[in-house]
Design a protein. Structure first.
Lengths: 482, 139
């Protein structure tokens, strides 16, 4: 049973976990009253308190409204650590390093392509490997090329003709986290990853086609070149087996390091090492490599999405206009400078199931979004909708420039299957105008709408709390699932 | 027949409790539970045998390494196993044989994609004259 954690209401959307026992700081939860009641049912608040016990934590241990129980750190957690006294924890990033989302906009309107959606979804499903054990047969990498992927990320893909310089400008960190040294990535990780580059994987990963159903902020939407009725594509995937293995390798190493540096762990999965230690430096280097692999993965999939569109619609790239709006990471640790008590401090910000949300005029966002702020992409479940937000000053001040990342599961995968039993989920979605193709029937049933919180509730909390600003809502028309 | 394992559920993850009369039996049953979570086992035939050796400090870490090795073989060579013989567990070493076959998507129904074997809430302990362990998988 979850331990009863004391929570104090700050306002309608902020709840404080007071400092108690070994906690070095307070916990802060972004949620409304109804959500908090659900959050209290699992052990995620205890996990927020556990993270608050780690050495060198700066500010509060935070949780976004889509928080749910994770291993060690909660999913939906944000925590920043001092570069001298603080720690790095692979568990604070998660197994799917740089799992993330990108959004492409087209120059077509959904109304004009409606009839071709089943054909398009079928073609995407054939052209983009998805599901467990999926392989891309026409992409074989030598060990040397793999090293380039790990160092250069999406830039490697672009140098090979998979995309353009314009794409790179619209990816968080321009699609490459600096400081990745392939020597810190194990042979096992490379072996797990080498056939998986350019594949979607299984679980909640997807390619989704849809349209802008609603615009909330005309000026921001215009800056992002989005308008009502516009046909769009979303890609959600990460670093596949390579990232999982990097995390596994370094948890093993950092378990030993935690003992060596005498760090008291409330849970083994929180294992960590001082940022200045050799172990942490190696992890951050390997993590950068895995993140770059993920950026490259989403870039390659984008290329095959564009290729599929050209074939199905018989149109050239210029007419299709499949431009990248933005690409965000939602499992990552980044070295960033933030103002703390009036002073600029270099921190290591862990975002596990949370998205960076930098405000207008941030030097770290694309030039064309300077006035609007950094786009934040929040996928919902496959039957409802997703959201486009932009980052805010409040987020930068309160959450180290972070906001939510998705809907968050409400039912376990088994429970979801039970709910879906005897129903044809594919047919039900088709009746709503959403065509779904999945590698396994099981995945589609596990991913039913009822398994997730309504992403609108999550987005409304961050919007009302001011740590993200709603720009547009997207409605799915077709989905391919792993 | 005493129970070998039972699944425990969390919203985003999957885990199991596993039981055995000896550490060898415990690790055998853990591997069975692992593949039961992953694939419809009745469809898997014993065509290939692999010998597996792993080592780690302590039985709990050894459990994670053992299951991670099986996951690695699955992820890189697409091997699905259904029967296991854990021959020896001593001095932080484990030696075992595993039998199964190469995954055939046409015949094998994959139930869950497993990303990793976690250390979260992990334990291996002697209890009431037998052994018990808990493992949580990231899926």
């Amino acid at each position: 049973m979850p331990i009863d954690i004391e929570v104090k209401k700050l306002d309608d959307f902020r709840w404080l976990i007071p400092k108690k026992g070994k906690m070095r700081t307070e916990g802060l939860i972004y949620a409304d009253e109804k959500m908090l009641a659900v959050i209290r049912k699992d052990a995620s608040l205890e996990q927020v308190a556990n993270v608050a016990c780690l050495p060198g934590i700066v500010g509060r241990s935070m949780a976004m409204p889509d928080i749910h129980w994770g291993y060690g750190f909660p999913i939906g957690g944000v925590a920043a650590f001092d570069m001298e006294d603080g720690i790095v924890s692979p568990g604070g990033v998660g197994y799917d390093i740089n799992c993330g989302v990108r959004l492409l906009r087209s120059d077509m309107d959904a109304a004009d392509v409606k009839d071709q959606i089943p054909t398009l979804v079928g073609a995407l499903f054939r052209n983009i490997p998805c599901g467990v054990g999926s392989r891309r047969k026409d992409l074989k990498l030598s060990a040397q090329e793999m090293d380039h992927v790990l160092v250069k990320g999406a830039g490697w893909a672009v140098s090979r003709g998979y995309g353009s310089q314009e794409d790179l400008e619209h990816i968080e960190e321009r699609g490459c986290i600096a400081g990745g040294n392939p020597e810190h990535v194990s042979q096992r990780a490379c072996t797990r990853g080498k056939d998986q580059l350019g594949t979607l994987g299984s679980g909640n990963h997807f390619v989704e086609v849809g349209y802008v159903e609603e615009v909330y902020d005309e000026a921001a939407a215009r800056a992002l070149s989005l308008h009502k009725g516009q046909f769009t594509v979303m890609v959600h995937t990460g670093s596949r087996g390579l990232g999982h293995q990097v995390c596994d390798d370094y948890i093993k190493m950092l378990l030993k390091a935690s003992a060596k540096y005498k760090i008291d762990l409330p849970d083994k999965q929180l294992c960590c090492a001082p940022i200045a230690s050799k172990e942490s430096k190696q992890y951050l280097s390997a993590m950068a490599c895995a993140a770059n692999f993920a950026f490259c993965n989403r870039q390659l999939i984008t290329h095959w999405v564009r290729e599929t569109f050209q074939k199905v619609f018989q149109m050239g790239p210029r007419k299709l206009g499949l431009h990248l709006v933005y690409d965000v990471c939602h499992n990552i640790a980044k070295v960033e400078t933030h103002e703390v008590d009036g002073k600029a401090r270099k921190l290591c910000v862990h975002r596990k199931g949370a998205t960076r949300a930098f405000p207008p005029h941030s030097p770290f966002i694309p030039e064309d979004y300077k006035e609007a702020g950094q786009p934040v992409l929040i996928p919902g479940d496959m039957g409802r909708y997703s959201y486009v937000l932009v980052g805010t000053e409040t987020a930068l001040k309160e959450t180290f420039g972070s906001t939510c990342h998705g809907a968050g599961r409400m039912l376990s995968r088994r429970q979801a299957k039970k709910v879906a039993k005897g129903r044809s989920i594919i047919r039900e979605l088709e009746d709503q105008g959403i065509y779904v193709r999945g590698a396994g029937k099981g995945t589609i049933n596990e991913e039913i709408s009822e398994a997730y919180k309504d992403v609108t509730d999550v987005v409304n909390v961050v919007h009302e709390a001011g740590i993200g600003k709603k720009v547009a809502r997207l409605k799915p028309m077709g989905v391919i699932k792993g | 027949m005493p129970r070998k394992y039972e699944f425990i559920e969390h919203t985003a993850d999957l885990g199991f409790k596993v039981y055995g009369a000896s550490p060898e039996k415990l690790f055998t049953h853990a591997a069975e539970a692992f593949f039961e979570a992953l694939v419809a086992l009745e469809s898997v035939k014993e065509r290939i045998e692999r010998s597996i050796k792993v080592e780690a400090d302590g039985l709990d870490n050894l459990m994670v390494r053992w299951l991670s090795e099986l996951l690695y073989l699955y992820d890189t060579e697409m091997l699905v196993f259904k029967s296991f013989q854990v021959k020896r567990i001593e001095d932080n070493h484990l030696e075992a044989n595993a039998r199964g076959e190469v995954l055939d998507p046409a015949r094998h129904e994959i139930k869950t994609g497993i990303k990793a074997v976690t250390y979260h809430k992990l334990y291996v302990k002697e209890r009431r004259g037998g052994w018990e362990a808990q493992v949580i998988l990231d899926i």
